[in-house]
Design a protein around this ligand. Structure first.
Ligand code: NAD
Ligand code: UFG
Length: 346
């Protein structure tokens, strides 16, 4: 038995492969490397001491999926593959709908046809829009999403729900990630964005390593204690562990399947704690000993003031909890960046 991990060469995927190996799971990876580097897979192999079976190609390629399903005894899929840059999705919406929605539909169709009916899907806190309830529980209705990327996540959630409504064998876990940061503590794998980072933590680490001059803080006039945006940062290794716990919840164990809940299961994966931009800067400076120069810039379109979750449902149902704090997130992000100033091409 093996898990099909789509997008397994990416940031969250690589960390999840390590956790899967530690938990004793077998897996194969499908990735087209459109936003990742083959060296990331080699690094995972170094960490786990195991050769990874990797299929290079697109999730929309039915023939390739048939080949993977013929060559391996796949019983579940963790579906990370997707494009994720919010700004790019505004400029290239069709590319995002094609890749994240049409690609995922084609993949789901093939998996269903071949009887692989256990799926864990990388969704996002972005589906809550500007949340009605803080801390955000899974009961919080989906909100008005401000960009095509976020809509692709929400649409594919709905597609999984409709499909599960029509086929009671389909079990899909929708994991709504909050803000993943940090890196494996070995410093061997981490986030390696191409070009100018969109997200706060990789921007900070690139300032720290001297690749960028200073950070722009997008707005200091939000209704928050210091005026800057609040997010629920979660260490990527804790997030990765959430996937292992989700597999167990749906009865997929390393060596066997056991009866378990079916249908759609939705979980927030975050720490439940909010951290402002300036608090994160301060924590990073303390963890790294490097000063981060910044200036205050206008608000970024589409940003909300506060987003943090109530993660108690995942705590109770999955026996999962984020255990790494902000200081550890900063220390591990810095360890990765300083050891790999040019990412995987260092
Ligand atoms: P990433 O870009 O590092 O990894 C995604 C991987 O998918 C890459 O290796 C890429 O090459 C691959 N891929 C993309 N489209 C593909 C396709 N059509 N066929 C095959 N492979 C394809 O991103 P990540 O940060 O690891 O995110 C993983 C998932 O989690 C994504 O679906 C993302 O939308 C979601 N997510 C990420 C965040 C975040 O902040 N990182 C937050 C919420 C949700
Ligand atoms: N920020 C800055 N300067 C920067 C970058 C970000 O001040 O250079 C601020 C933002 O305004 C926000 C906070 O830092 O207040 C976090 O911003 P990120 O871009 O790191 O993260 P977001 O919360 O905007 O979005 C991220 C992912 C989305 C995902 C969402 C929820 O980019 O894909 O988390 O999971 F949907």
């Amino acid at each position: 038995m093996a898990i099909l991990v789509t997008g397994g060469a990416g940031y969250i995927g690589t960390h999840t492969l390590v956790e899967l190996s530690d938990a004793g799971y077998e897996y194969v990876v499908l990735d087209n490397f459109c936003n990742s580097d083959k060296k990331a897979i080699e690094r995972v192999e170094g960490l786990t001491g195991k050769k990874i079976k990797i299929y290079e190609g697109d999730i929309a390629d039915g023939e390739l999926l048939d080949k993977i399903l013929n060559e391996n005894d796949i019983n579940a899929c963790i579906h990370f593959a997707g494009l994720k840059a919010v700004g790019e999705s505004v400029r290239e919406p069709l590319m995002y709908y094609k890749n994240n929605v049409i690609g995922s539909i084609k993949m789901l169709d093939k998996l269903m046809e071949r009887g692989v009916k256990k799926i864990i899907f990388s969704s996002s806190a972005t589906v809550y829009g500007d949340p009605e309830i803080i801390p955000i529980t899974e009961e919080c209705p989906k909100g008005e999403i401000t960009n095509p990327y976020g809509r692709t996540k929400s649409i594919f959630e709905d597609i999984l729900m409709d499909t599960a409504g029509a086929d009671s064998e389909l079990t899909a876990v929708l994991l709504r990630y909050f803000n993943p940061v940090g890196a494996h503590e070995s410093g061997k794998i981490g986030e390696d964005p191409s070009g100018i980072p969109n997200n706060l933590m990789p921007f900070i680490t690139q300032v720290a390593v001297g690749k960028r001059e200073k950070l722009s803080v997008f707005g200091d006039d939000y209704d928050t204690p210091d005026g800057t945006g609040i997010r629920d940062y979660i260490h990527v290794v804790d997030l990765a562990d959430g996937h292992v716990k989700a597999l167990k919840k749906i009865g997929v164990l390393p060596d066997k399947e056991v009866p378990a809940d079916k249908g759609i299961l939705i979980y927030n994966l975050g720490t439940g704690r909010g951290t402002s931009v300036l608090e994160l800067v301060k924590a990073f400076e303390a963890a790294s000993g490097v000063k981060i120069p910044y200036d205050i810039a206008p608000r970024r379109a589409g940003d909300v003031a506060k987003m943090y979750c109530d993660a108690s449902k995942a705590g109770k149902d999955l026996d999962w909890k984020a255990v790494r704090d902000i200081d550890k997130m900063c220390a591990d992000s810095w360890n990765w960046q300083k050891n790999n100033p040019e990412g995987y091409n260092s």
